[in-house]
Design a protein around this ligand. Structure first.
Ligand code: GTQ
Length: 358
């Protein structure tokens, strides 16, 4: 590709005239916005060890009361995007949130989609659209766009969870806002009970005639098309272990968190997955367009990307840029490792730019 004219090649008077009319010449910037072969990525491979983050989060619990925080969160920000922009990747925001016993994070709803991956502690819960979702280590809880949510804590020890939001892209689109609300009334029924077994779905009389999809018409509230709000870790882990036992020859033991009514990704823009690495296993994930986030639920994993190797201990989190292969290695020769993953696949598919380069 040959070099194009630079801005400095143009007479200053001409440049000033363009500026005064809100005009910009393309050619000095053409290669920057359309680089050859592979996009420019600001996302740097970044590791947030839980051991070093946790004391600072606990300190936030002493320094900032809930009424001064509303959400007491330390954001896991990628330095490549500028810390102040609070992005882990172009479309993913990550935050570690702390709730102390007896505290309350008031009800609100917002346009960005959020999930919580519970990291430590017991006795807290999130109420989403009237459904009370208990929080236990490894559970995934959805708060899809527009649904009311609030967090409470009846236990005795601090509770911490990882928030994953599509905030950067919702904000970029100038569509990010929140509405404050009243304390929600808890309604009976839990989506994870209704959809607890793969392959069968709740079917009220007359709703599923003629093969009708009946989305949201199950035995529990539909929550605006999101029938399952809590994905218990015990069930996800059991599914991974059963798959590993059933398919000893299969390399990737991986599940996708889906909307059980549609079979599609659980949320609009971000994809969520859990992986099991067999003892001693090394698994190469192909170079795909989306950035990825890895969070260690159980065990330990080496994450190798672009010449870096991050050693993930339990509760550690890291991110990797797109178009880059990632190699995961279980650090234990005797125990499986379990990793939660989030990526931007649904968003890339919507944009029509999703790629798997192998
Ligand atoms: O718990 O509702 O990390 O609204 C960022 C924004 C958490 C939440 C975040 C939020 C929340």
């Amino acid at each position: 590709m040959h070099e194009l004219g630079r801005l400095e090649d143009l007479p200053q008077a001409y440049r000033d005239e363009l500026t005064a009319l809100n005009l910009v010449p393309l050619w000095p910037s053409l290669r920057a916005v359309l680089p050859p072969g592979v996009p420019t990525r600001n996302t740097q491979p970044t590791h947030w060890p839980y051991q070093s983050l946790r004391p600072l989060l606990m300190q936030a619990g002493e320094l900032t009361p809930m009424e001064k925080a509303e959400r007491r969160v330390l954001v896991l920000a990628n330095p490549g995007h500028g810390l102040e922009n609070m992005k882990a990747s172009p479309a993913m925001y990550l935050g570690m949130q702390l709730l102390l016993p007896g505290e309350w994070a008031p009800s609100h709803r917002h346009t960005p989609n959020a999930v919580r991956m519970i990291v430590e502690g017991e006795g807290a819960y999130t109420t989403v659209d009237g459904e009370k979702c208990p929080m236990e280590r490894g559970d995934l809880i959805l708060t899809p766009t527009g649904l009311w949510h609030e967090h409470g804590h009846d236990g005795t020890d601090p509770v911490v969870w990882l928030d994953v939001l599509d905030l950067p892209v919702i904000y970029y689109a100038e569509t990010s806002y929140a509405i404050e609300g009243q304390r929600q009334e808890v309604k009976p029924g839990h989506g994870e009970q209704a959809y607890a077994r793969g392959g069968v779905a709740p079917t009220p009389l007359f709703v599923r005639q003629n093969g009708e999809a009946g989305a949201g018409a199950g035995a529990v509230a539909s929550h605006g098309g999101y029938p399952m709000l809590r994905y218990p870790w015990a069930d996800a882990k059991a599914a991974l272990q059963a798959m590993a036992a059933d398919l000893p020859g299969q390399e990737a033991i991986q599940i996708t968190y889906i909307n059980p009514e549609t079979g599609k990704d659980a949320q609009n823009n971000l994809g969520f997955y859990a992986l099991m690495l067999r003892p001693g296993q090394t698994l190469r994930l192909p170079a795909r367009s989306p950035s990825c986030v890895f969070h260690q639920i159980e065990g330990g994993t080496d994450v190798a990307v672009e010449g870096h190797t991050f050693t993930l201990a339990e509760a550690d989190t890291c991110c990797t840029p797109g178009y880059t292969a990632v190699t995961l290695t279980n650090r234990s020769a005797s125990a499986p490792a379990f990793v939660f993953m989030a990526d931007e696949s649904p968003f890339h598919r919507k944009l029509g730019v999703y790629e798997n380069r192998g």
